[in-house]
Design a protein around this ligand. Structure first.
Ligand code: 13P
Length: 248
């Protein structure tokens, strides 16, 4: 197994309320969590403060999106400095729902990545192909192109985690097989070796997202290039603890 620290992110998306999230956070705070695993919860922006003040310090907090500049007349947007002001250290950028529901382009995602990192906010950067792209045999092309735009905007790779989230596996209950996940993760690492550096290829955490559950996490986690998970639905349930402990 690699020396990369296992990383498990929960992406709550637009779910929950104070009551249900407080219950979830109490479950996480009182659970026995593998301290070899870095854990981060992605809260809706309006609950960032609430999440930070309710979660144990050993659990990080992430925003699910942010804008590409520091301030100004951008009604409805939030900036990295606001996220940091709420005590959160991470932001999820380039999520497939941002790309495909809200039409965010590679270029915009790249600008957001650059500004978040400049603002000292760590980034969970997401890439992944749609079903028709996989079926057309263009998975590699799609994820390499998305990763390229992210890479052009990263100076400090120590502040980045790369999430491979095949769109066809998100919220569908159709999980990539361990072999499918490993294949893409291995190719992404090889791409990083050629296009960024040996060091980044060896150290960057590449995590998998898409219908990860307590039942399938151990086998996925046993893959050489799977360094953790980004979890949607199951991150709102007590089984998130089992996913955090997938390598225990
Ligand atoms: P699900 O785990 O619900 O498939 O969502 C994955 C995801 O989009 C995490 O960011």
């Amino acid at each position: 197994m690699s020396s990369r620290k296992f990383f498990v992110g929960g992406n709550w998306k637009m779910n929950g309320n104070k009551e249900s999230l407080e219950e979830l956070m109490t479950t996480l705070n009182t659970a026995s969590l593998n301290d070899e695993t870095e854990v981060v919860c992605g809260a809706p922006s309006i609950y960032l403060d609430f999440a930070r003040s309710n979660l144990d310090a050993r659990i990080g907090v992430a925003a699910q999106n942010c804008y590409k500049v520091a301030k100004g007349a951008f009604t409805g947007e939030i900036c990295p400095a606001m996220i940091k002001d709420c005590g959160a250290d991470w932001v999820i950028l380039g999520h497939s729902e941002r790309r495909h529901v809200f039409g965010e382009s590679d270029e915009l995602i790249g600008e957001k990545v650059a500004h978040a990192l400049e603002s000292d906010l760590s980034v969970i950067a997401c890439v992944g192909e749609k079903l028709e792209e996989r079926e057309a045999g263009t998975t590699d092309e799609v994820v390499f192109a998305q990763t390229q735009v992210i890479a052009e905007n990263v100076k400090d790779w120590g502040m980045v985690v790369l999430a491979y989230e095949p769109v066809w596996a998100i919220g569908t209950g159709v999980t990539a097989t361990p072999e499918q996940a490993q294949e893409v993760h291995e190719k992404l690492r090889a791409w990083l070796r050629t296009n960024v550096s040996e060091e980044v290829a060896d150290t960057l955490r590449i995590i998998y997202g898409g219908s990860v559950t307590g039942a399938n996490c151990k086998e996925l986690a046993s893959q050489e290039d799977v360094d953790g998970f980004l979890v949607g639905g199951a991150s709102l349930k007590p089984e998130f603890v089992d996913i955090i402990n997938a390598r225990a």
